[in-house]
Design a protein around this ligand. Structure first.
Ligand code: MG
Ligand code: MG
Length: 265
């Protein structure tokens, strides 16, 4: 069942999503060699709760019913998604994808950004740039009258044209009162396929892109997802509302990129 949002509901979704941009901007100030992802998680949880929201990831059960133990997912280098924050200090040249979910006034935000740690290689910088570009290529297609496959295909084409592989096991999704609603929004697929996009459809679009091959495995903690060939992966996510003419992006990278300054990719 696809649930289209009213304008009032879209504004509530926007508030929950803008809080993520603010939270990630706070983390951007701290991300440098030596900091641990557990430290980032503590800051994120406090910031989210101080703003009257809940971190939706905390306690979220996986396929085995194991609850996610933290407020953010921190996926470092070859980790693609769902990395559990830990005590290992980030190193110069690492990348860390921070996926964050909030619930505010009954509506969920969902957004992710991949951060450079210190100086990253040109090769990795290119992966980040391409993944973020792919996200916006997908968003360009998220207009009323298009189909889900138009978003999926735009993302896939852009990444593959640049020599990267699209992780297929994890996909974007509807977002609303629940963090994961219908429909699924894959990052690969055929143009003109899938459901027609209607005004008021709110979805999270989230390319997860590997520098090498897309094959993945799950870590022993039953959460972290890692590329088999151990090449780095990037993940950017916006929650958007489908509109006629142009999608309305509900989350924001603006404050994050203000903090990143010249590290901005
Ligand atoms: Mg997310
Ligand atoms: Mg998501």
């Amino acid at each position: 069942m696809i649930y289209l949002k009213t304008d009032d509901e879209v504004e509530l979704l926007r508030k929950a999503n803008l809080l993520i941009g603010q939270t990630l901007a706070e983390l951007a100030k701290l991300i440098k060699p030596g900091v641990t992802t557990k430290q980032l998680d503590a800051v994120a949880e406090e910031f989210i709760r101080d703003h009257g929201a809940e971190p939706t990831f905390k306690g979220f059960p996986n396929h085995k019913g194991i609850p996610f133990p933290a407020s953010i997912c921190t996926s470092v280098n070859e980790q693609v998604v769902h990395g559990i924050p830990n005590d290992i200090p980030l190193k110069d040249g690492d990348i860390v994808s921070i996926d964050c979910g909030t619930r505010l006034n009954g509506f969920c935000g969902d957004s992710c950004y991949t951060f450079p740690v210190g100086e990253i290689s040109d090769e990795v910088r290119q992966l980040l740039r391409t993944t973020k570009e792919a996200l916006y290529k997908g968003i360009e297609q998220a207009v009323a009258g298009n189909r889900i496959g138009d978003i999926s295909n735009a993302i896939q084409q852009h990444c593959e044209a640049n020599g990267y592989d699209v992780v297929r096991e994890f996909v974007g999704h509807g977002v609303g009162k629940d963090m994961h609603e219908e429909p699924q929004v894959p990052n690969y697929g055929r143009r003109g396929s899938g459901k027609v996009l209607k005004d008021g459809l709110c979805i999270a679009i989230e390319p997860m892109i590997a520098m090498g091959k897309r094959a993945i495995y799950m870590q022993q903690d039953q959460w972290g997802i890692v590329t088999r060939d151990r090449t780095p992966a990037a993940h950017y996510e916006h929650s958007i509302c489908v509109r006629k003419g142009k999608a309305d992006i509900l989350s924001s990278f603006e404050e994050i990129e203000k903090v990143l300054g010249e590290q901005f990719i």
